[in-house]
Design a protein around this ligand. Structure first.
Ligand SMILES: Cc1ncc(COP(=O)(O)O)c(C=O)c1O
Length: 392
């Protein structure tokens, strides 16, 4: 029998990144549109709070579930901004980024063989974490010709007696899709009817465009007791390296299991990062809004740049900082192939432009690529020129 970790991949995006970095080391100009790390500086008050915590000697073990001021700040924030019915600090758990939150959630939630329905394509780590927990990811293909690509009706078609949970990620990585409130209500109705848990990854809650409002599914009537919501400070405050995320839930049994897992794994998040995150949640929010506006400007730049190309058909991102594009069958291909990897290789080799092959996110990503516009605006602008030159 093979080890469960042998079925987990190292990730296609890492391969692309390594090749780009090799080219950069060889003196070539490269464009980092393959992975999603905010180009912005962490807001000054967050950096100051982190540095102050270090200067004050807050360098010892913390409670494994997080420092009390941060847990209290989380409760205030999710009640005020997400309208989640979280009443007490012990319903909030600080995690080592949302990534670790996903690991904890699935490990604490699933029994071997339990199924989790998730969108396809989806950021790879979701299916991997379901598998690591002994669960079975069930992929529900997104339908971009339907009014809502990931709908309750489509999810229902993927349920079985083994389904334990429905996973949602809105705004979505890799397509930028946002699920409207009415559809979230239908998902809650479905979850209640079939007695399912809802796992909602809201890492991109603040990166949402065209005046849309982020809606947390756990705030909707009927979802309160069955929803686990995950958040991240990585995108909202450009503090991806400080590694702070958080989980909120009203399910005491689930929270107890997570506490046990924390005790046996990380035993808490970096102490000074937690002080930085407290400042992020309680301090001014202007930087978060300014970043969102800049992401929207980059999105528009990319869309303008790709407009008129017959070879790539973009899906307009409603949030997150990813643009998903379908490769037209008329593309002449590269090195004898015309699939997503061929496009990714072509853009790297001929233009130094990074992208991610669609199949890295699941079978529905066949003949699609993802561009990340989290790198700085000059890089996005430069990449647009190169891509137009190569694909016109
Ligand atoms: C959908 C989604 N969820 C969670 C994360 C994890 O973010 P972090 O671990 O930095 O908080 C990411 C990061 O790219 C993501 O795209």
């Amino acid at each position: 029998m093979s080890h469960i970790l042998d079925s987990v991949s190292f990730g296609a995006i890492v391969q692309v990144r390594d090749r780009l970095l090799e080219q950069q080391a060889a003196g070539r100009r490269i464009f980092r549109l393959e992975s999603g790390d905010p180009s912005f500086d962490t807001p000054p008050h967050v950096r100051e709070a982190t540095a102050l915590a270090l200067a004050k000697g807050h360098t010892h073990y913390t409670a494994s579930t997080g420092i009390q001021p941060l847990r209290e700040a989380i409760v205030l924030k999710v009640r005020r901004d997400n309208r989640l019915p979280i009443d007490r600090a012990d319903q909030a758990i600080v995690t080592n980024g949302a990534m670790h939150g996903l690991y904890l959630t699935f490990r604490a939630l699933l029994d071997p063989g339990d199924e989790v329905v998730l969108p396809d394509p989806m950021w790879t780590e979701i299916a991997e974490n379901v598998r690591l927990a002994g669960g079975v990811p069930v992929r529900c293909p997104l339908d971009f010709d339907a009014p809502v690509p990931y709908s309750a009706a489509a999810i229902e078609r993927h349920l079985s007696p083994r389904t334990k949970a429905v996973f949602l990620n809105t705004p979505h990585n890799p397509t930028g899709a946002v699920i409207p409130k009415e559809e979230l209500e239908r998902v809650v109705e479905l979850a209640a009817r079939r007695d399912l848990r809802i796992v909602s990854d809201e890492a991109y809650e603040h990166v949402i465009f065209d005046g849309r409002e982020h809606v947390s599914i756990g705030s909707l009537p009927g979802a309160e007791e069955r929803t686990i919501t995950l958040f991240s400070t990585s995108k909202s405050y450009a503090m991806s390296g400080l590694r702070v995320g958080y989980i909120v839930s009203r399910d005491a049994h689930f929270l107890e299991r997570v506490k046990k897992l924390l005790r046996c794994t990380t035993n808490g998040v970096n102490s000074i990062s937690q002080h930085g995150a407290t400042a992020a949640l309680t301090g001014p929010q202007e930087a978060t809004k300014a970043m969102r506006d800049e992401y929207q400007a980059r999105r528009d730049m990319l869309l303008r740049g790709l407009a008129g190309l017959t070879v790539l058909h973009p899906v307009v991102p409603q949030g997150s900082f990813f643009l998903w594009a379908r490769i037209d069958p008329s593309w002449r291909g590269y090195q004898g192939a015309s699939d997503d990897w061929a496009m990714t290789n072509y853009l790297i080799d001929r233009g130094g432009v990074g992208s991610s092959p669609g199949t890295a996110f699941g079978p529905s990503g066949e003949r699609c690529v993802r561009f990340a516009f989290s790198c700085d605006s000059r890089q996005v602008e430069g990449a647009v020129d190169v891509v137009r030159g190569l694909l016109s």
